[in-house]
Design a protein. Structure first.
Length: 147
């Protein structure tokens, strides 16, 4: 690829989860601290992440939009979303918040081979979220990873 050709570099502007029950997922992510953007409606929920958008969209509608059969619109655990935190104690606190909000812990907070602490929770549709405290990762004042 040449510099004149478009690519994916800094082009990821939306992360959209295809969910089975939009009101349930909206409530879960609200309980996890994400405020729905005013442009959200009964068909889609947007969360402004300061330059990126985290969206919730009904799974069947997402499959139709992508031109794939609904039966192919599965695989919630084929990928994971991850958030790094600045304090080790935040890992378990966020895992417990997910449980209170209706999610489930899939891997309790523990020490991975790379160091630090990490744990995983699944949202009501089974989408995997990793929560990690990694002493070798730098977070800026807004909590964004700086490589």
């Amino acid at each position: 690829m040449t510099d004149l050709e478009p690519g994916l570099g800094s082009a990821i502007s939306f992360v959209t989860l295809g969910v089975t029950d939009l009101p349930r997922s909206r409530a879960f992510y609200a309980a996890m601290g994400l405020e729905a953007h005013p442009r959200s409606n009964e068909h889609v929920v947007f969360h402004d992440l300061g330059g990126q958008v985290f969206a919730l969209f009904p799974r069947a509608a997402l499959a139709e939009d992508a031109g794939v059969p609904v039966s192919d619109a599965t695989g919630a655990l084929a990928a994971s979303l991850s958030m790094n935190v600045s304090e080790e104690s935040e890992v378990d606190a966020i895992l417990q918040r997910a449980v209170r909000a209706g999610g489930r812990i899939t891997r309790p907070a523990s020490s991975p081979p790379w160091g630090g602490v990490r744990g995983y929770f699944a949202d009501p549709d089974g989408f995997a979220w990793e929560v990690a405290w990694n002493p070798s990762v730098t977070l800026d004042a807004e909590g964004r990873v700086r490589l």
